[in-house]
Design a protein around this ligand. Structure first.
Ligand SMILES: NC(=O)c1ccc[n+]([C@@H]2O[C@H](COP(=O)([O-])OP(=O)(O)OC[C@H]3O[C@@H](n4cnc5c(N)ncnc54)[C@H](OP(=O)(O)O)[C@@H]3O)[C@@H](O)[C@H]2O)c1
Length: 209
């Protein structure tokens, strides 16, 4: 995405903008809401492609992807009445505000992605969890850890290994819930047999002297 809007330019909004604009290579155009005026003005002085808008609707109109980074209690004031067409993507970084809640406020069909950035996105040094996945939200820190993990770690072999590990975990969790799926005694590993023998030993009452 080339045009990114940020509504709520406080601690995390600023860190996101710095992470995006301090990177080597092409940087996006960024449109900031006017609240948090000193921070917004500082960012627009520092980075060529950063502009401060007159209001939150202008942020939405100028950007393809809009990050909502206001405090939970400020969300109604910041968002009610905004018109967001379905061709945009909205990234919700507000803790404790679900995408359903956000969709109710924005009344839009636009894809909504929930993200949990850390302040270290400023140096592109943290991984940001996003859900659901959306290609527009996957590159929020150019050449940062997210991109490195996607491109260097998720090759075919590692993805298959991760799949197997998760399947194993699921089977293990299910077998704990459903005793009928417990492995038969003869299928238990030597380590499991030893652990069970140790546990039985600990349960025995102490011998009388
Ligand atoms: N800080 C983190 O590490 C972090 C990490 C992940 C997620 N988050 C989430 O991100 C959100 C912001 O957190 P924060 O720590 O960055 O808070 P913050 O520093 O208080 O920043 C919030 C910003 O929103 C602005 N704002 C308030 N009302 C607004 C409105 N109507 N329109 C536009 N902007 C408005 C505030 O401006 P004024 O200063 O003028 O009030 C302030 O600049 C929270 O929901 C938090 O849960 C934070």
């Amino acid at each position: 995405m080339k045009r990114i809007g940020v509504i709520g330019v406080g601690e995390i909004g600023r860190a996101l903008v710095e992470g995006l604009c301090d990177a080597a290579g092409p940087t996006p155009e960024v449109f900031l809401s006017p609240r948090g005026a000193r921070t917004a003005a500082g960012l627009s002085e520092r980075f060529d492609g950063v502009h401060v808008c007159v209001d939150n609707q202008q942020v939405v109109d100028r950007a393809d992807l809009i990050v909502v980074a206001v405090r939970r209690q400020d969300r109604h004031e910041a968002l009610n009445g905004l018109r967001v067409d379905g061709g945009k993507v909205v990234v919700n970084v507000m803790a404790g505000v679900s995408n359903d809640d956000l969709r109710g406020m924005l009344a839009t069909d636009a894809p909504l992605v929930r993200a949990i950035p850390l302040p270290s996105v400023r140096e592109r040094r943290s991984v940001t969890v996003t859900h659901p996945a959306h290609p527009a939200a996957d590159h929020e820190t150019p050449a940062g850890n997210n991109e490195r993990i996607r491109t260097t770690w998720f090759d075919h072999t590692n993805a298959a290994t991760l799949d197997n590990a998760l399947d194993g975990l699921l089977t293990d969790l299910r077998s704990r819930q459903d005793p009928s799926t417990e492995p038969a005694a003869e299928q238990k590993t030597e380590q499991e047999k030893t652990q069970e023998a140790d546990a039985a030993q600990r349960r025995r009452p102490p011998a009388r002297t």
